[in-house]
Design a protein around this ligand. Structure first.
Ligand SMILES: Cc1cc2nc3c(=O)[nH]c(=O)nc-3n(C[C@H](O)[C@H](O)[C@H](O)COP(=O)(O)OP(=O)(O)OC[C@H]3O[C@@H](n4cnc5c(N)ncnc54)[C@H](O)[C@@H]3O)c2cc1C
Length: 180
């Protein structure tokens, strides 16, 4: 694998807020199309989000699926998938359990978990982290380098709202600006 260092001047526009990026590249119409599946889905406002973040989400495949309205939702939630999958796999995923402590010691992973039966520590060979890394650093024996890296993560708040306008007070059917 070749490691590339330095700055690509062609990519610096991607750091701009998406509104500025669109103006610069004369593609302002895309904001009207994408505001629905972006801002109303809770991903943030175009005047706050860096263009790179918006464009990473709207790759060609995702955009085409949105246009064709081929959207899947999980009626029973994603835990239901695991509950069914568990019946067919050798090492089922343990559900409804909280990991409260992770200690890496003598080549083994000591994981303290908590459920309605109380706390217990289990020993594993390998550790695969799938929680946000800054959360992991809070419960695990993270070293200084891990803490330094993981606490650099910045989270965007996800706020999603459903509104029903009062009778006779419907908003205009066409948004008048990209922030409505
Ligand atoms: C607003 C928004 C909309 C999205 N829409 C879509 C979409 O339409 N389609 C799509 O494919 N993707 C969508 N995504 C992305 C998708 O949700 C994520 O990519 C995916 O959930 C990441 O899965 P994950 O398993 O890595 O992490 P997560 O789903 O975040 O899973 C991490 C899990 O770890 C658990 N956890 C944390 N700490 C502990 C602990 N101490 N002990 C035990 N468990 C713990 C959490 O409860 C959580 O269940 C969306 C994301 C966001 C934020």
């Amino acid at each position: 694998m070749k490691r590339i260092q330095g700055e690509n001047p062609n990519l610096k526009d991607l750091c701009l807020p998406f509104t500025q990026f669109c103006k610069l590249n004369k593609i302002e119409t895309v904001m009207r199309i994408w505001i629905g599946p972006f801002t109303s889905f809770g991903y943030g406002y175009f005047d706050e989000m860096p263009a790179a973040y918006v464009l990473k989400y709207f790759d060609v495949e995702t955009t085409l699926e949105f246009i064709a309205m081929r959207l899947w939702t999980w009626k029973e939630g994603t835990e239901y998938i695991w509950a069914n999958l568990n019946e067919a796999i050798k090492h089922p995923a343990i559900l409804k359990i909280e990991v409260v402590k992770v200690v890496r010691k003598n080549g083994k992973i000591h994981v303290t978990v908590k459920d309605e039966k109380g706390e217990r520590t289990e020993v594993y060979d390998k550790l695969i982290v799938t929680t946000p890394l800054d959360l992991f650093a809070q419960i695990a024996d993270a070293d200084e380098e891990e803490k330094d890296l993981f606490f650099k993560i910045v989270h965007e708040k996800y706020i999603s709202m459903a509104c029903r306008p009062l009778k006779g007070q419907n908003p205009p059917s066409t948004p008048t600006s990209s922030t409505t």
